[in-house]
Design a protein around this ligand. Structure first.
Ligand code: THU
Length: 133
């Protein structure tokens, strides 16, 4: 269980990171925040590229930043992109979140702070993961 205060912190960190989104092509700004096993929070934003397929999503930016900083576990990920709609991670990001555990908490939020919580296994049922290798 992620404490309510930490959930709020994650949503705020995701909203903050969203301000750094580099999205000159889609103009769609996404922010995410990953909670590492240490308790530290890592923000990430989408980073697009003139070679469109090289774009990286905010969720993966946040998770890869956390792992690059030495985190071995990812306990939760918050995502934000719209004032009203709750964010929904793309399939590739769902798979990357799932790598760190089926029960990793995903916080689908909007920029006004409304949110819904789902374990990643609900977003990616019947998934493939490290246990399958
Ligand atoms: N995007 C994300 O950052 N996360 C998602 O889960 C969905 C899509 C980004 C990629 C691209 O820069 C823009 O949103 C439009 O697809």
């Amino acid at each position: 269980m992620i404490p309510a205060r930490t959930i709020q912190k994650l949503i705020r960190a995701a909203s903050q990171a969203r301000k750094n989104a580099y999205a000159p092509y889609s103009k769609f700004h996404v922010g995410a925040a990953a909670l590492g096993g240490s308790g530290k929070i890592y923000g990430g934003c989408n980073v697009e590229n003139a070679s469109y397929g090289l774009t990286i999503c905010a969720e993966r930016s946040a998770i890869f930043g956390a792992v690059s900083a030495g985190e071995k576990k990812i306990r939760a990920v918050a995502i934000v992109y719209h004032p009203e709609h709750l964010a929904s991670p793309c399939g590739a990001c769902r798979q990357v979140i799932r790598e760190f555990g089926k029960s990793t908490t995903v916080i689908l939020a909007n920029t006004r702070g409304k949110f819904r919580i789902e374990p990643v296994e609900q977003l990616l049922p019947g998934s493939f993961g490290p246990e399958d290798l």
